[in-house]
Write a protein that binds this ligand. Structure first.
Ligand SMILES: NC(=O)CC[C@H](N)C(=O)O
Length: 372
């Protein structure tokens, strides 16, 4: 059994709170927006989700690490048990890092964080952090593993604000990546830092997937002769991605079926004249209810977003609310009334999470087949 070394560590919140704990993972200091997830499992998936770029992730589940970190599995270049190749978060905060007991664990969470240069903090009251974030809203913070608070000028790390950084520069590919599928139908996926769970769902439906950088021109996208377009998830503030919204408006002219997921849903909303605003502390969980307005059915879904359509009034013109969250009334997806466009704010690929809504990809497939 591997063991992990404990060291000094802290989390500093921008309101001046200092929370001391034991550092684990890589020695270092990182700044980021402090967010929390209530998911009880799926930490390898969450930590590699590119939408978490620029954020320090606090797990509310008290024991993290129980089943270790598996070897990476891929099918046709698509990871089936991680969401991207590297850890994306700036830092990890857990109440207790535990030793793994699982047949397919290849290393501990501690070793993985060390390998990838990411600081971790444990032995802290994660509920106290969550209570603070829930009452005051998300805030910037600094995490340290192995370096004492007194030894650094913490404010220096907080000069840049999360909302003002375009993180897609780190998570979007520099050139197209193609995953050949079983059928001739090609979908172009505008890749701001896509979760491999989304790629896998598309691959399972036979599509050939062409992932393009999120700054790719519409002309070059159309050169691939796509039968449908997917705007995937991604990190950061969607209102900064002005060029991407412009591209969305241009692509719409081709009347191709479009699926927008999470950041993709937000870009579609902004592009067509709706409003996406910052939420107080966002939705990050694997058990968020959404109601389908077409039949009133409730689904339990995976979420990771800090921005959203906060009310129906912010929907773009000519769209109908498709899903909403009964907890806070936020819009969780829409359907265009005239064009073949559907969007979801939640994650239908559900990695990690329940597979209640993978049928959203079937619906998209039907739209593509009908349009072909
Ligand atoms: N998962 C995502 O695509 C997140 C979208 C956006 N960065 C947000 O936090 O709201």
């Amino acid at each position: 059994m591997e063991s992990y070394s404990e060291s000094t560590g802290f989390l500093y919140l921008e309101d001046g709170t200092i929370i001391r704990g034991s550092g684990f993972g890589a020695k270092g200091i990182r700044a980021g927006e402090i967010v929390f997830t209530t998911a009880m499992n799926g930490y390898p998936d969450s930590l590699t989700d590119p939408s978490y770029r620029g954020q320090i992730l606090v797990f509310t589940h008290p024991l993290i690490g129980n089943y270790g970190i598996p070897e990476k599995n891929t099918v046709n270049g698509i990871l089936t048990n991680f969401e991207s190749e590297v850890i994306q978060v700036e830092g990890v905060v857990v109440a207790e890092h535990t030793e793994p007991f699982k047949w397919n664990s290849s290393m501990t969470l501690d070793t993985w964080l060390k390998k990838e240069g990411i600081p971790g903090l444990q032995g802290v009251d994660t509920r106290a952090i969550v209570k603070k974030v829930r009452s005051y809203g998300v805030m910037m913070g600094v995490i340290s593993s192995g370096i004492d608070f007194g030894d650094i000028d913490v404010k220096k790390y907080l000069e840049k604000r999360y909302d003002e950084i375009d993180f897609t520069q780190y998570t979007s590919p520099k050139a197209p990546i193609i995953h050949q599928g079983k059928s001739e139908e090609t979908v172009v996926l505008v890749d701001c830092g896509v979760k491999h769970g989304i790629l896998y769902q598309l691959y399972q439906r036979g599509f050939t997937i062409v992932r393009v950088p999120c700054s790719y021109s519409v002309n070059k996208i159309i050169d691939f002769d796509p039968k449908g377009i997917v705007f995937g998830n991604g990190p950061g503030n969607p209102n900064l991605l002005v060029g991407l919204s412009q591209n969305f408006r241009e692509i719409v002219e081709y009347k191709l079926p479009i699926l927008g997921i999470c950041l993709g849903h937000q870009i579609a909303t902004i592009a067509l004249g709706g409003k996406v605003k910052k939420m107080k502390f966002g939705h990050r969980a694997v058990n968020k209810p959404v109601i389908d307005t077409t039949d009133n059915k409730c689904y339990i879904t995976t979420h990771n977003h800090g921005y959203g359509i906060l009310s129906k009034e912010d929907l773009p013109p000519n769209t109908k609310m498709w899903f909403y969250n009964p907890d806070d009334g936020t819009v969780e997806g829409w359907v265009h009334e005239k064009l073949p466009i559907i969007t979801t704010q939640f994650h239908p690929e559900a990695r990690p999470g329940p597979w209640d809504v993978t049928w959203v990809f079937d619906k998209f497939k039907k739209m593509v087949v009908k349009n072909a």
